[in-house]
Design a binder for this molecule. Structure first.
Ligand SMILES: [Cu+2]
Length: 109
């Protein structure tokens, strides 16, 4: 699901201020220079992770291929995709068009 950059920034800002501290955690992964940053991310169960394409030109996707899930839409510069993790586990993913781009979300109880 794509959400607008402006809403994402608002959520991130509010989270930073602690206003959303009672709500579910929202954590961001940046996509820049052909990498997911951070590459390995640990979040608590129930967290929503957002991926933001910071590139000037390249488009990317978020693809949890090992789970057999569908690839995200292509994220063009400044676009965002998100996924909420409801179960603990280790969730590796790749970028569809650049399979050498890899990342891992570790969801803790
Ligand atoms: Cu990519």
């Amino acid at each position: 699901m794509k959400i607008s950059l402006r809403i994402l920034l608002l959520i991130v800002t509010l989270s930073t201020w602690g206003i959303c501290s009672q709500a579910e955690e929202v954590v961001g992964v940046k996509i820049e220079k052909m990498q997911f940053v951070p590459q390995n991310l640990v979040v608590k169960v129930g967290a929503t992770v957002t991926w933001l394409n910071m590139e000037k030109r390249s488009n990317h996707s978020v693809f949890f291929q090992k789970e057999g899930l569908a690839e995200s839409d292509r994220l063009f510069p400044s676009e965002v995709w998100q996924r909420t993790f409801d179960k603990p586990g280790v969730y590796p993913y790749i970028c569809g068009p650049h399979p050498d781009m890899t990342g891992i979300i570790e969801v803790t109880p």
